[in-house]
Design a protein around this ligand. Structure first.
Ligand code: M6R
Length: 606
């Protein structure tokens, strides 16, 4: 998944393209590039690595064209080198692409046989050669692109400019998001509306299979059959201000510290605070009779969904099936008629989650989504949106989006429980009261992080780290391990504490840290037994708990003292220490905390 932009402007566009790309770096940052049409010829600048490298390049070798396209890359086909960086071009056409051209090998072989010489390892280059080939046969640019689109298989968003054409840009969307921006005598393209926010708030979302022809006068949109269609322009809510780090060293730190506020915003959306009750939007089916809930998501959002399963089963007494989106979509899971499927996604663009949503829709499920970006594809394709009000999350490691997802799911579980008569009004009010305590409980944890710095100093020397948790704390153990892996590059695994003795215990020796998420709840004594099994083998136990350190009944390497929360809200409150452990470890290891290697914020490929 990559970020693409295009500007059909009235003045040099290179710097505006870079500005727009900066807003899309969350989609990938392996390389970046732009191309413009200048004096009828295509010119291009590309650089390996972050966008700042491209900016330096442009200072040395500026581009002056008034029409241009840009790209920030997350490598799929071909290493993240300058040669493989977009835009790709021939003397006639230049293309930026987000997605995967699945039949690129066949296309490449056929075009090579016709004399085309490929310079890169990318799938995208096949698109350049195809358009060029069609133009060489005598087609004009628009017809050449139309002919090319018919030959492409896979998922793509494309922006295309042509030599000799400074009043033409083309766009196409199939499986990857693309939005057109309308300016005063200028037109824009972007992977999302945030990229275009400094230029315009009037946008048109292309739909699946659409392609568009842009000129200074506007955009003509065609559907997948080639028929002209009207796609409404809407006002975008995207904020033109690039969020900054405030007085924090990293976006991740800022986002961890924003949690009390954004959880409050999310609670305010779902709770009638005065009445002490939950209110959720109408999901369009009778919640009292749904036979099953299916939850699907990826990564951190999946772990939020897993906590949601515990809550929904406990408070609403309805069976919940949950699976990782990339698995559910391919295993042809039977789904009960009239079921409710819930998709959890910060970006609302994750390809596997979106594909699974479509599978569930085709199989008769009512679709609800817990999303942070309300204009996203997942939100737009859902019957009902349960928003998280986390605000823009820039750090690749999800933090505030996770706790807001948990907050929204907690509210939904209570609403479902009430609708089904599984909890009474008094219980609802008591649990709402507990939810309202969460922002303060989290704020109190964020006043002093010195113990995390000390712990990080020890963890950074580890080879492997284990995380354990039981019940609702099990997803947190997995989330803790994911967080540590993705930003510190240390190997970590999260296990259900009861599973330890079935294999992972073999890993434990005197140098393996075992981080145990152990709130005092109905399962605490069992978790204590598991800690003792670790201690007996010399493992270094870090206990995160509101119990005092003597309750572990064994020697602890560290004890992170937690406030006492209700066992219902513990997963939200205990998310914070696992975030801080990962953050401080990564800082001490000197990794790129906000943009860790090989990752991207929004994963729009399978
Ligand atoms: O945008 P989504 O919530 O759908 O993204 C899902 C995962 O890619 C995401 O949570 C990922 O696991 C994070 N980098 C974890 O911190």
């Amino acid at each position: 998944m990559c970020g693409i932009v295009g500007i059909l402007g009235t003045k040099p566009v290179a710097l505006d393209l870079v500005d727009a790309l900066r807003r899309l770096e969350y989609r990938g940052y392996d390389s970046a590039g732009i191309a413009t049409v200048e004096n009828g010829r295509l010119g291009r600048r590309r650089a390996e690595g972050k966008l700042r490298n491209l900016e330096h390049r442009l200072v040395e070798e500026p581009l002056k064209g008034h029409v241009g396209i840009g790209h920030t890359r997350w490598a799929t086909h071909g290493r993240p080198t300058e040669r493989n960086a977009h835009p790709h071009m021939s003397p006639r056409v230049s293309v930026v692409h987000n997605g995967i051209i699945e039949n690129f090998r066949e296309l490449r072989e056929a075009l090579t046989a016709k004399g085309h010489v490929f310079e890169t390892e990318t799938d995208t280059e096949a698109v350049v050669h195809l358009i060029t080939h069609e133009m060489d046969k005598g087609l004009g640019p628009v017809d050449a692109v139309k002919a090319t689109l018919k030959q492409l298989e896979g998922a793509f968003a494309l922006a295309i400019i042509f030599a000799g054409q400074d009043n033409l840009m083309m766009a196409a969307r199939l499986g990857s998001p693309l939005v057109i921006g309308h300016g005063e005598g200028e037109m824009y393209l972007g992977s999302d509306a945030i990229a275009l926010a400094p230029f315009t708030d009037t946008v048109t979302y292309l739909e699946e299979g659409d392609f568009a022809v842009l000129s200074h006068n506007g955009a003509q949109v065609f559907d997948k059959s080639g028929a002209p269609v009207e796609r409404n322009a809407v006002k975008s809510q995207a904020n033109a201000l690039l969020v900054d780090k405030g007085n924090h060293r990293h976006f991740m730190a800022k986002e961890i510290h924003e949690q009390p506020e954004v959880i409050s915003h999310t609670l305010a959306h779902y709770l009638d605070m005065a009445d002490g009750t939950v209110r959720i939007p109408d999901v369009g089916i009778d919640l009292a009779t749904i036979p099953r809930v299916t939850i699907s998501a990826c990564g951190t959002a999946y772990y939020a969904g897993l906590v949601g399963k515990y809550w929904i089963e406990r408070f609403a007494r309805v069976p919940v099936e949950i699976d990782i989106a990339s698995e559910l979509r391919y295993r042809e899971a039977p789904l009960p008629p009239g079921g409710l499927a819930i998709f959890v996604s910060q970006s609302g663009e994750t390809a596997d989650t979106l594909a699974t949503l479509r599978y569930c829709k085709e199989n008769g499920q009512r679709i609800a989504s817990v999303v942070n970006v309300r204009t996203s594809t997942i939100a737009r394709e859902s019957d009902v949106v349960l928003p998280t009000l986390a605000g823009p999350e820039i750090g690749v490691a999800s933090t505030k989006a996770f706790t807001c997802q948990l907050t929204a799911l907690a509210c939904f579980a209570l609403a479902l429980g009430r609708a089904r008569g599984a909890i009474d009004e008094a219980t609802e009010r008591a649990l709402v009261k507990e939810l309202m305590e969460v922002p303060r409980q989290i704020a109190n944890q964020l006043t002093d992080e010195s113990q995390y710095e000390a712990l990080a100093h020890q963890l950074m020397k580890s080879r492997d780290v284990l995380y354990l948790g039981r019940g609702q704390s099990y997803p947190l153990a997995m989330e803790g391990a994911l967080k540590l892996k993705e930003i510190s590059y240390l190997h970590a695994e999260g296990y259900a504490a009861g599973e330890l003795k079935h294999g992972p215990i073999a890993l434990i020796d005197e140098i393996v840290p075992v981080i145990v998420v152990a709130p005092v709840d109905a399962l605490f004594d069992k978790t204590v037994s598991n800690m003792q099994e670790v201690a007996a083998r010399g493992g270094q136990i870090v206990m995160i708990s509101n119990a005092d350190e003597n309750s572990a009944g064994c020697q602890l390497a560290a004890h992170i003292a937690m406030p006492t929360a209700h066992d219902f809200t513990n997963p939200i409150v205990y998310a914070v220490p696992i975030q801080l452990i990962a953050y401080h470890t990564a800082v001490q290891m000197g990794t790129d905390v906000d943009q860790p290697r090989n990752l991207a914020k929004s994963v729009t490929v399978e």
